[in-house]
Design a protein. Structure first.
Lengths: 143, 143
DNA sequence: TGTGGAGCTTCCCATCATGGGAAGGTCAAG
DNA sequence: CTTGACCTTCCCATGATGGGAAGCTCCACA
């Protein structure tokens, strides 16, 4: 199997497959005589594992850890659960932050006429007319 | 006012102030004899505007538009409201996506013993044992 | 046998917003 | 006059991904 086939079989772009190899997330593939990378079912399975972990929002670093645990037949499931739980916390924090932003924005949008007149509470708020900053929802966006 | 003072007055790091100038988000500052950038209240006000927009999750590009609208005394508030509303939609989409991830992960974590045995439904799921991928929550993480 | 196009290779660059740090000039306090 | 805090510019890194160029290989078809 060439990289293109592995790509469509796994849903990971060829670009990304090479990148994952480069950063050591997956082992360097064997090459055929023409210097093309050669993949088997095993590799495709791994790529699908990675894809799914990414879909669940795990970083490549977390994915690497999960991958190692997956391949470690004697792992303790608590190790995996810890990573998942931490990740859930992470997601929930970011969700809460964004919900705060939405709440503020909805309020402002609600107060804004949205017509052809210049008066706009959204801009007034951004400008901090009622005295300055950090009344904002969350301080850091990438918390 | 030097850049350090402007930074602590606005909450925007000196690094970022220079960057904003470089990309044209703010006008190049006047320089004093020693080649130091010089800021006044006006500039600090603008920096705070930017800071607050960023806190609300607007991109720098959106922030630039908002900034121009702010300075355009004859703007129509509908233009601002449109941006805000679009941004709300954006945030809500991302929130929904993450909530889906959380839901899936919570279910998996709930089913995982989290003990010293290797058996782990989380990994089983990532491996796609019940037939392959895209049962995942959202296809793309950065939708 | 020749040719065209699809697919592979590597290498470099861009994104987005931010931070780190080096090398060197400047200023104020001791 | 030294020391340290501040400023300047310049380059590099992050995380995950895509775009594209230049050059090779392979296969199918005329």
């Amino acid at each position: 199997m060439n990289i293109g086939e592995a790509s469509s079989a796994s849903g990971v772009s060829a670009k990304m497959i090479r990148y994952y190899e480069e950063i050591g997330l997956i082992r360097p593939m064997g090459r055929s005589g023409n210097n093309y990378r050669v993949y088997g079912e095993e590799e495709v399975h791994i790529l699908r594992f990675i894809k799914r972990a990414r879909n669940l929002g795990f970083s490549l670093e977390e994915t690497e850890t999960l991958l190692k645990l997956w391949q470690d037949k004697s792992r303790e499931s608590s190790a995996v659960k810890e990573i998942a739980t931490a990740h859930i916390g992470d997601l929930e924090r970011r969700i809460a932050e964004m919900q705060g932003m939405v709440k503020t924005l909805k309020h402002l949008a609600h107060c804004c006429g949205g017509d052809n007149r210049p008066n706009c509470p959204i801009l007034d708020d951004l400008a901090g007319d009622g005295e300055m900053g950090d009344r904002a929802v969350g301080k850091k966006i990438h918390a």
